[in-house]
Design a binder for this molecule. Structure first.
Ligand code: CUA
Length: 326
């Protein structure tokens, strides 16, 4: 019953977080995705043609052939011309599909300009590292519209797969190896990213937000991300900063500008500005954050965030502090 409630909650949250739209690859909003959709339509059309032709011949033969005499049935045997034709037709179809696929692959593989940032797969969240700009943006990343984005793809533990369905194809995230993806985001909007390679218990809850914005908004986002954590203002938030530092959150999390410097878990410096929590599986609200802090193992079983027993007041103070980290 409890599992069913959690499952229903996760589905509802996913719908809310994704703007009630499933990220169909057929609604491509990235250059690579658009090429893939064009290829998919061509392949579908060709194969539909094959299907209709074969069924048409089959129906025709069934309706007209049954009154023929037995000896007529084998009259195409040894007919070289017919044998060549029905070997050549499939060969031509396969060749056309092959050429279309190679052309699409070539068009997707535009020249690299140098990585804008690195996407790192972790069990079970995403770290987007901007080493040149001095910050990490976990689980939510912004890119400017109409400009090529180049991403280095890595993993810090097991094999994951980077996938923003509406932007383009999947790229494996392999420990000790750097892959690349590059494409041009074509339309501003919020796009759901997900892990496309089974990577453990929470594979299905490993999501991220890919925000395509104007160049001005992107510059503003970068500027905000580069700033250290805001000073808390409310009483609860000020107390929350004390609690957060004293109960050991800093052994896994970093909040730039404070004593917390752990790198195992997501960077919390601008936690309050994010739209989702727990690898973008729940909307970022004080209620959800409290639930998450109280029972991470209940929200995402087997995740690497331990349940830390704390009095309710301290939990609420942590929530107040983190939500102020805009
Ligand atoms: Cu990470 Cu599946």
């Amino acid at each position: 019953m409890r599992a069913a409630t959690v499952a229903a909650g996760v589905v509802a949250a996913a719908l809310i977080l994704s703007g009630c739209e499933s990220p169909s690859i057929l609604r491509a909003e990235g250059s690579a995705g658009a090429e893939i959709v064009t290829l998919a339509i061509w392949v579908f059309a060709i194969l539909a043609g094959v299907l209709v032709t074969v069924w048409g011949i089959l129906v025709f033969v069934v309706l007209t052939g049954r009154r023929r005499r037995e000896e007529d049935a084998s009259r195409s045997k040894g007919n070289l011309k017919i044998e060549i034709i029905w070997t050549a037709i499939p060969a031509v179809i396969v060749t056309v599909l092959f050429v279309l696929t190679v052309v699409t692959t070539e068009r997707i593989n535009v020249p690299k300009q140098g990585a804008d940032f690195t996407g790192i797969g972790r069990q079970w969240w995403w770290d987007f590292s901007f080493p040149g700009l001095g910050f990490n943006a976990p689980n939510e990343v912004y890119v400017p519209v109409d400009r090529q984005v180049d991403i280095d793809i890595e993993s810090s533990d097991v094999i994951h797969s980077f996938w923003v369905p509406q932007m383009g194809g999947k790229v494996d995230m392999i420990p000790g190896h750097v892959n690349h993806i590059q494409f041009v985001p074509l339309t501003e909007g919020s796009y759901l990213g997900e892990c496309a390679e089974f990577c453990g218990v929470q594979h299905g809850n490993m999501r991220f937000l890919f925000e395509v914005v104007s160049l001005e908004e992107y510059s503003e986002w970068v500027r905000r991300q580069q700033e250290p954590a805001a000073e808390p203002t409310g009483d609860a938030a000020i107390a929350g900063r004390q609690v957060t530092a004293s109960v050991g959150c800093g052994s896994c999390h970093v909040i730039r500008g404070t004593s917390m410097s752990g790198t195992f878990g997501p960077d919390l410096t601008h936690f309050g500005s994010r739209k989702g929590i727990a690898a973008y599986t729940l909307p970022n609200t004080p209620e959800n954050l409290l639930r998450w802090i109280q029972d991470p193992q209940g929200v995402k079983p087997e995740c690497n965030m331990p349940n830390v027993p704390l009095p309710l007041q301290q939990q609420q103070e942590i929530v107040a502090y983190l939500e102020e980290l805009q």
